[in-house]
Design a binder for this molecule. Structure first.
Ligand code: IVH
Length: 715
């Protein structure tokens, strides 16, 4: 296999290069379609990149071969000074909107169409193409002989702006249409919506948050803003999608007789057409479509604000014609809005399962996204400050899909006289006389509102957390599940359904409470038979005899994973010594740094955590018969003493945990990453980058048999 970094070779003659470039473009177009449009990639990214680089190399060596439809033209455009106006050959119209209930909206439209067409009440129902009303921005794509030559925004419908360079960055939009037939069409203008998927939007905002940059309000505004970016590199960082829904100027193509057949044809040309569309008969069919889409609206991967009904027959469309700027043959039928404005009454704090404190907005109830919303998340205190919202403000609430309602911003209240200035300067920078100047800035509490434990924030971190751990009811469920985990106390049968019942029913309020549960009490729980109650009871009893390391890990102290727990247990030998340790003493433990030391110290500084541990140990609930005491001498032979091993891939017989246990029993250490200090890499099937790294650094590589040999070496 050739290395990805070696320069791709370039054919020796222009003729060969031309053939090869055409081949590469064909392959790249094909795979881009599979990847972006059909969501079914057939080639690993690295292979795609290789083809791409080969084409780039040819085009660099033979600039004459560069074509506007080359996949290489999706990247690296120039930063523009401004957009050039584009006059639309065929105006881009808008559609009339109905916001009525599902029945009246559809019936009113159907009745209107029948009236305009002079149809008798007994005439057959009209056939409609029903589709989604995407919430993005309209774009006109101009293809000449199958090649994308221009993309323009709608603008005022007559004149838009040339955004070709930006539109080229959208992977879903073919730079060249598929098939011989498309290549024969002199001009084909395709109209559709550029939008941003919800998951892409969320991921983008997550990246913005991480970089401490401003977050975007909603997918629609973000998509619209991205298309009007002057720097195409910035557009590329805002993943956009596209759906075709209509035509503009067409020359040299016999347009199919119905709208639905036309969309099928566009799909055949490689353009993305939304699968959620239907041919509906009469008002009844439209009502059904409106209802079905309404039910699945939240589950769609993108925002819609309604559905669109279009008379399917082009001939009937022609007969119906237009009123002002709207066709009589189409209507948009909206759903309730997913954004509303309401008053922010109060900011409460919610404590999540991991102790994270989230500011939650208490709102004047408002109907948004199909439900009444009175709570919305503000994410974290920094986000809240960035958005500049304060109690008493009018705020924009958004609820899209099953996403938790959130506050996306506030409406700045500007005095009439300041309006002109606000327009010029941006409303944010203008004084707001109606805003109460005495509302104090919001601060996170110093103590957890649920349990009163200290609230801590990691240095440089965003989140505030309650340090109460298992003492805090909000964290108790998660803590119990972790405590019961296989690598912790290994309590089989204590899953989330049971933990929910135990905590919600107030049956278990702390860890000692878990061990006080009798078979009878357990059998009272929902979906718990006599036998499973006995099994869970037995599992609880069995777990009482464990090791200090497991117990320590089970407590769920932040930053104390299995390895650290083992190191701590080895160093201190018993819980009393550990609980009494100062931060300095904790720092003496092998591999314990300031973050871990601080966390362990903070945990045991909380009186209630100490009490829980003491209760568990004092009543002999938990014991450490196999404890790794400080003085405990290694038992067996130590052939791997001082050696560091890295495990990668799947071994034929040993699980990762088993291999780790064997290595540690032989005095070795298991590390997660390969470095020059690694003694051996143990590689199984489907070993990944760690194996590559080992080869690169010349670290010895063994398989499972090799590991067994190492373990046996000194016997
Ligand atoms: S058809 C002549 N179909 O809604 C009909 N428009 O006012 C022209 N839109 O901004 C539009 N989804 O971008 C049509 N399936 C769809 C649509 C759709 C969204 C947008 C369009 C325009 C507005 C129409």
């Amino acid at each position: 296999m050739t290395s990805a970094s070696s320069a791709p070779s370039v054919p020796a003659t222009a003729e060969l290069a031309a053939t090869r470039a055409a081949e590469l473009r064909e392959q790249l177009h094909h795979h881009a379609h599979l990847y972006y449009v059909l969501d079914a990639p057939a080639l690993p990214d690295a292979e795609y990149d290789k083809l791409f680089q080969a084409l780039q190399a040819i085009e660099a060596a033979y600039p004459a071969l560069l074509t506007p439809d080359s996949p290489t033209q999706r990247v690296g455009g120039q930063v523009l000074d401004g957009f050039v106006p584009v006059r639309h050959t065929v105006p881009m119209l808008s559609i009339r909107t109905e916001t009525d209930t599902e029945a009246t909206g559809a019936e009113a439209f159907d009745a209107r169409v029948r009236r305009e067409l002079d149809l008798a009440p007994t005439a057959a129902p009209i056939e409609y193409a029903a589709e989604l009303k995407f919430d993005g921005l309209a774009i006109n794509l101009r293809y000449e002989h199958g090649v994308l030559t221009q993309a323009a925004t709608r603008g005022n419908g007559e004149t838009g702006e040339d955004v070709t360079q930006n539109v080229r960055t959208i992977g879903q939009i073919p730079l060249r249409l598929h098939g011989e037939a498309a290549a024969g069409i002199a001009v084909l203008e395709v109209r559709g919506e550029v939008y941003m998927r919800r998951d892409d939007f969320e991921a983008l905002n997550e990246r913005q948050r991480e970089a401490n940059e401003k977050t975007f309000v909603n997918p629609r505004n973000t998509a619209a803003g991205a298309i009007r970016q002057l720097d195409p590199e910035l557009v590329r960082q805002r993943p956009l999608s596209f759906f075709a829904y209509g035509l503009g100027d067409v020359q040299g193509w016999e347009i199919p007789a119905t709208h639905s057949a036309m969309l099928d044809a566009l799909q055949g040309f490689g353009l993305p057409v939304c699968a959620d569309r239907a041919v509906a008969l009469g008002a009844e069919g439209l009502v059904k479509f409106h209802r079905e889409i309404g039910e699945k609206r939240d589950a769609l991967p993108f925002d819609i604000d309604g559905v669109v009904y279009k008379v399917n027959s082009r001939e009937l469309q022609r007969r119906l014609g237009f009123v002002s700027r709207e066709p009589r043959w189409a209507v948009a039928h909206k759903y309730p809005a997913q954004e509303q404005v309401t008053r922010l009454d109060r900011i409460d704090i919610q404590v999540g399962r991991t102790g994270k404190l989230t500011p939650v907005a208490k709102l004047e109830p408002v109907f948004v996204g199909g439900t009444t919303v009175s709570n919305a998340t503000l994410h974290n205190v920094f986000e809240l400050r960035r958005k500049g919202v304060r109690v008493g403000d009018q705020v924009i609430v958004r609820r899209a899909g099953d996403v938790i309602p959130e506050i996306v911003g506030r409406i700045a209240r500007v005095a009439k006289a300041d309006e002109a200035a606000a327009d010029l300067a941006g409303a944010e920078s203008v004084a707001e006389p109606s805003r109460n100047p005495y509302v104090p800035n919001f601060h996170m509490p110093k103590a957890c509102p649920i349990c009163g434990s200290e609230v801590v924030r990691e240095k440089g971190g965003i989140d505030h957390r309650c340090s109460g751990g298992i003492f805090c009811p909000a964290q108790r469920k998660q803590a119990l599940l972790h405590f019961a985990g296989r690598r912790a106390m290994d309590i089989e049968g204590l899953g989330d359904k049971i933990v929910d019942q135990l905590v919600d029913g107030g049956i278990v309020t702390n860890l000692p409470g878990l061990y006080k549960l009798g078979v009878a009490k357990l059998a009272e729980l929902e979906r718990m038979g006599e036998k499973s109650a006995q099994n869970l009871f037995d599992a609880l009893q069995k777990s009482k005899s464990t090791t200090m390391a497991r117990f320590l890990f089970a407590l769920g102290i932040r930053h104390v994973g299995e390895t650290t727990a083992k190191d701590l247990a080895k160093h201190f030998g018993n819980m009393d010594a550990l609980m009494a340790a100062t931060e300095e003493q904790l720092l003496e433990v092998k591999d314990v740094g300031p973050v871990v030391a601080r966390s362990v110290h903070a945990f045991f500084k909380e009186e209630h955590n100490k009490t829980v541990v003491e209760l568990l140990l004092a009543q002999d609930m938990i014991s450490f018969p196999q404890s790794e005491g400080a003085a405990a001498a290694p038992t067996g032979p130590q052939p791997l003493a001082g050696k560091t091993l890295v495990l990668t891939g799947t071994l034929p017989t040993l699980s990762r945990d088993e291999a780790k246990a064997l290595i540690e029993a032989a005095g070795g250490k298991v590390s997660g990453s390969v470095s020059k200090k690694t003694s051996f890499v143990v590689a199984g099937e489907e070993a990944g980058s760690k194996l590559d790294k080992a080869r690169e650094l010349g670290v010895a590589i063994v398989d499972e048999a090799g590991l067994q040999a190492l373990l046996a070496a000194l016997e």
